[in-house]
Design a protein around this ligand. Structure first.
Ligand code: BES
Ligand code: MN
Ligand code: ZN
Length: 481
């Protein structure tokens, strides 16, 4: 972890390396105080070093600066035509990686984008250390330069915001990276309970309460596991709140596929199948400090999906809390089952809008790869709000259509619905969305399929290999613009 603080640009000690982002073509961003001659000198030396300003690229130079030799680090921000907040996050992430082993401290000119700069550095510095010692790094902290005292207040707010959003992301990453046997449903429910405090209340339901409520779909999924399922309802009420927004999370603490068992490779990362619920918990961790003027409810459905002796069998029929019956033809389509009950429960709690977050379909990963999430829903304004929030957060969401003609693909001859599409291998992500719509009670609703972005198998400048904490910053941007 690195500590980010603000510093007056005029009082910067000469021994600290000074970082800048630079565009392709050599333009250095920010650096209001640098003399034009020095600017040209830096650009020329970087160019001679082969630095082109591409994303993830860095350069380290020594330049004569007001009479002393000064270390200058440059990080590529990509082409001018594509420049935005995410370019700066990426540049700062690369800078943090480059400085990690060599310097204890670093100063950076955020060129007015304090939040993005701080987020970039912090996201890049994350490591998961629950099972092994942290990798030794020298970099302890970074100072973001503020040029005018009139900007100080705004910069402080932006930095505070960055710290809260990263704290939330790191919680989601930690939970996603934790070994599957170390996060049984009850333990995560207990963790949710620990988020209770000023502004947030938390209710935990066990199998008995769920059974009296008729949550047969969630209970069905948990039948193959020795560990009971758990359902969590969190609520936050902001000052003067008028709107009630429900966030729902798929919390499969390990998805083996159940009796419709996944092949070994398909199971390797299925400890992250609770990323949706983790995102909801992460948002609640920081909501009371962000204090948006709305009411937010979180609904997390936690269960293992295992092939134990009493597991759901293909052909079984379960009844969800809203009364609809579901023929379970594939026990690996379990996310939509647990969300069917979560949605039914949320509808009964009378929300004004519902947003569910789930690692729902492999088809979403096939279609869009690991950097893009899917959004689909019944309400234009809600969709637009989430897509815009994702752009500000630097997360990519792509809208998929709820194709009405495919609804007949999830009809069953023995129950109200079937949990998988009739045409195997076609339109899997859309089918998942259409299924969930059946449980949204006609409320404004958006489904976010984060199967792709929930995990980074190679690791990148802003996320280490493993759980990414996807969608957390988008949700925060959406709830607290
Ligand atoms: N958790 C998986 C989806 C998933 C796959 C997430 C890969 C992240 C990466 C989900 O429960 C699942 O298994 N879905 C099935 C549905 C199918 C059986 C209708 C799938 O996508 O194959
Ligand atoms: Mn599954
Ligand atoms: Zn799953």
């Amino acid at each position: 972890m690195i500590e980010i603080s603000l510093a007056d640009a005029k009082e910067l000690p000469a021994e600290i390396p000074l970082g800048f982002a630079a565009l392709e073509g050599g333009t250095i961003l920010g650096g209001a105080g640098i003399a034009p001659g020095l600017r040209r000198e830096i650009a020329a030396r970087a160019d001679a070093d082969g630095f082109r300003g591409k994303l993830d690229e860095t350069a380290s130079l020594c330049v004569p600066w007001e009479g002393v030799e000064r270390r200058v680090l440059l990080a590529g921000a990509g082409p001018q035509s594509r420049f935005g907040g995410e370019s700066l996050r990426r540049a700062c992430g690369a800078l943090a990686h480059a400085a990690k082993r060599r310097f204890e401290a670093l100063a950076f000119d955020p060129a007015d984008r304090v939040q993005e700069a701080a987020e970039g550095m912090m996201l890049a510095a994350y490591g998961f250390n629950e099972y092994k010692k942290a990798e030794p790094g020298r970099l302890k902290g970074a100072k973001l330069l503020v040029r005018r005292s009139s900007e100080r207040r705004r910069a402080e707010k932006a930095l505070e915001r960055a710290k809260l959003s990263c704290e939330a992301v790191f919680l989601a990453r930690d939970l996603g990276n934790r070994a599957p046997s170390d996060k049984p449903p009850r333990a995560l429910a207990q963790f949710a309970k620990s988020l209770e405090g000023a502004g947030v209340s938390v209710e935990v339901l066990g199998p008995q309460e769920m059974s009296s409520l008729g949550m047969g779909a969630l209970l069905g999924v948990s039948r193959g596991s020795a560990q009971p399922c758990a359902f969590v309802h969190l609520s936050y009420r902001g000052p003067g709140a008028k709107r009630k927004i429900g966030l729902l999370g798929k919390g499969i603490t390990f998805d083996s596929g159940g009796l419709s068992l996944k092949p070994p490779a398909g199971m390797e990362t299925m400890k992250r199948d609770m990323a949706g619920a983790a995102a909801v918990l992460a948002v609640f961790k920081v909501l009371p400090r962000l204090k948006p003027k709305i009411e937010v409810h979180g609904f997390c459905a936690f269960s293992y999906n295992m092939p134990g002796p009493d597991a759901l069998k293909p052909g079984d029929v379960v009844r969800a809390m809203n009364g609809k019956t579901i023929e379970v033809l594939n026990t690996d389509a379990e996310g939509r089952l647990v969300l069917a009950d979560a949605l039914s429960y949320a509808v009964r709690e009378k929300m004004d809008a519902l947003i569910d977050v789930a690692t729902l379909t492999g088809a979403a990963v096939t279609a869009l790869g690991p950097k893009v999430g899917v959004a689909m829903g019944t309400d234009r304004a809600l969709l637009r709000g989430l897509l815009e929030a994702s752009r500000r957060a630097g997360e990519i969401l792509c809208e998929f259509p709820l194709v009405a003609d495919y609804k007949e693909w999830i009809q069953s001859s023995v129950a109200d619905l079937c949990n998988m599409g009739r045409v195997r291998g076609e339109g899997g992500t859309v089918i998942g969305g259409l299924f969930l719509e059946e449980f949204a009670g006609g409320l404004p609703w958006v489904h976010l399929d984060i199967a792709g972005p929930s995990w980074s198998s190679s690791g990148g400048s802003l996320a280490a290999q493993g759980a990414t904490g996807a969608i957390v910053r988008t949700l925060i941007e959406f709830l607290c613009p």
